[in-house]
Design a protein around this ligand. Structure first.
Ligand code: SF4
Length: 237
């Protein structure tokens, strides 16, 4: 797969969000390229013609902008991130997420991090010191074979669960985003038990990955009874 990386100067970084008061997206595009990703609308918004997962714009001035913008806005929770994974592989080199978190922590802004990557552990020093930070992992199945079908570019499921465990043991508030529930999610509740403070669960609500379900004969795992069975496992814990 080709990856087209472009370094850009963003106009703004601390944006209003419908989910949390603010969102910071240090990157446009996401190397994880999940088959069901609903934020692929960013392609249209940003004028990209490459397939989703094959382009990333790196906002190299993210930290500089954030430093200025937090002085002008009211302190409220910031979601890192909404339309990209803030710990996609390029973050190892660019460290933009780390720089933004440092600024938010230093200024005591509350933060909710959402990722699929154990690279977040690199920044555990910031997470430990921050006053009101929490870290969530999207964990959509317990079966890594299924993960490879739907999220081929994202880290293995076990690595995410181990990272949650490590963060939780370090005293950092953690959550699991089990959304969308993918096939093979049986037993996931038990794997997450004791590693998260709370779980958010939701079904597959969009159709981008329909061809993956069809190709592998997994359509029954989109049915209500499958979702309710998985949901019940979390309720029973
Ligand atoms: S990690 Fe999130 S933003 Fe990235 S492709 Fe997957 S669903 Fe989309």
């Amino acid at each position: 797969m080709t990856l087209i990386v472009k370094e850009i100067l963003a106009k703004t970084i601390l944006s209003k969000s419908k989910i949390y008061p603010y969102v910071v997206n240090p990157y446009t595009g996401c190397q994880h390229g999940c088959s069901y990703c609903y934020v692929r609308f960013m392609k249209r918004v940003t004028g990209h013609t490459e397939p989703w997962g094959e382009f990333v714009d790196v906002k190299v001035n993210a930290a500089e902008l954030l430093r200025q913008e937090i002085t002008k806005k009211k302190r409220e929770r910031v979601w890192v991130s909404g339309v990209c994974d803030p710990y996609q592989p390029l973050e190892e080199k660019y460290r933009l997420t780390r720089q933004c978190l440092e600024i938010l922590a230093r200024n005591t802004w509350p933060v909710i991090i959402q990722t699929r990557s154990p690279l977040v552990l690199r920044d555990i020093d910031i997470l430990r010191e921050a006053r009101d930070f929490e870290v969530g992992f999207s964990v959509t199945t317990a079966d890594d074979t299924i993960r490879k079908l739907f999220e081929p570019g994202a880290p293995p499921i076990n690595d995410r669960i181990q990272a949650l465990d490590e963060l939780h043991k370090a005293g950092i508030r953690t959550y699991a985003m089990v959304a969308p529930v993918l096939p093979g999610a049986e037993g996931l509740a038990a794997l997450l038990k004791g590693k998260v403070d709370y779980v958010l669960i939701d079904r597959m609500n969009y159709h981008y990955a329909d061809q993956v379900y069809r190709k592998y004969g997994l359509e029954d795992k989109r049915a209500d009874d499958y979702f309710f069975r998985i949901q019940q496992e979390f309720t029973d814990l």
